[in-house]
Design a protein around this ligand. Structure first.
Ligand code: HEM
Ligand code: HEM
Length: 181
């Protein structure tokens, strides 16, 4: 059942793999799902279904899934192990990205990402997602969405506040650095 949804979707209208890649590795326009925390993946599917996170493709997909399928898909993608290090592609300043990730920039009210996302940005169960090895275009796009108030599902608006303290150059830098991990 899970593999059918991943590969052929429902009635062959869509499949996860058609957008997220055969192994959930993601692309320049979709996130990597492989190795992400299963509780986090599940929360995102529920948020798309309930309309607390916006994306035309994912709302359509999530509304077609029942709770059991969401659990199965979240568990399925969470257990896939892929080589990390997709590599930087945004021409970001990697030294600046390293600094934001590990130390933050307190003059600008930007905390270190590793405080919540784990010392290597490998994620912390159950709520702090893996950032290491994510597609850099996707990481940048999420920070930009929060910065603009267009992604509304972060608990306590944590990521809204952090992203609003960042410049576009900082977002590019951190997205590219995280893609090197
Ligand atoms: C995002 C799962 C099918 C396009 C996501 C996210 C999850 C997910 C969990 C959020 C990831 C994160 O927050 O890191 C799935 C599953 C699918 C599926 C389980 C199959 C059942 C599709 C399809 C498309 C698609 C068919 C394209 C038509 C996207 C895009 C995003 C996304 C563009 C990023 C949304 C944004 O920028 O906020 N998907 N997906 N997905 N998915 Fe899917
Ligand atoms: C989610 C980046 C610092 C808490 C995310 C996501 C990104 C991100 C890109 C979305 C992941 C995805 O869609 O797959 C960053 C960066 C940081 C940072 C670059 C440092 C500048 C923090 C800190 C906290 C935090 C310090 C805690 C105080 C969270 C939480 C989520 C999240 C709870 C999940 C939101 C949800 O459930 O939708 N972060 N983060 N982050 N971050 Fe951060």
């Amino acid at each position: 059942e899970t593999l059918t949804l991943v590969q052929a979707g429902r009635d062959h209208v869509w499949s996860c793999a058609s957008c997220h890649g055969a192994a959930g590795e993601g692309t320049a326009t979709t996130p990597r799902l492989a190795g992400q925390l299963s509780d986090y993946l599940l929360k995102q599917l529920v948020d798309f279904r309930d309309g607390t996170r916006d994306n035309a493709h994912m709302i359509y997909v999530a509304k077609a899934l029942d709770e059991d399928e969401m659990h199965e898909l979240a568990n399925y993608y969470a257990q896939i192990r892929l080589p990390s290090r997709v590599g930087p592609r945004l021409d970001g300043d990697l030294e600046r990205g390293r600094q934001i990730t590990h130390e933050g920039d307190w003059k600008r009210n930007v905390p270190a990402c590793v405080q919540c996302h784990g010392s290597g940005a490998e994620g912390v169960e159950p709520s702090f997602p893996v950032l290491a090895g994510q597609q850099p275009e996707y990481t940048f796009s999420q920070l930009a969405q929060w910065h603009a108030g267009a992604r509304g599902n972060s608990p306590q608006q944590l990521m809204d506040k952090i992203s609003q303290a960042m410049t576009p150059e900082d977002m590019r830098a951190v997205a590219d650095y995280l893609a090197t991990l």
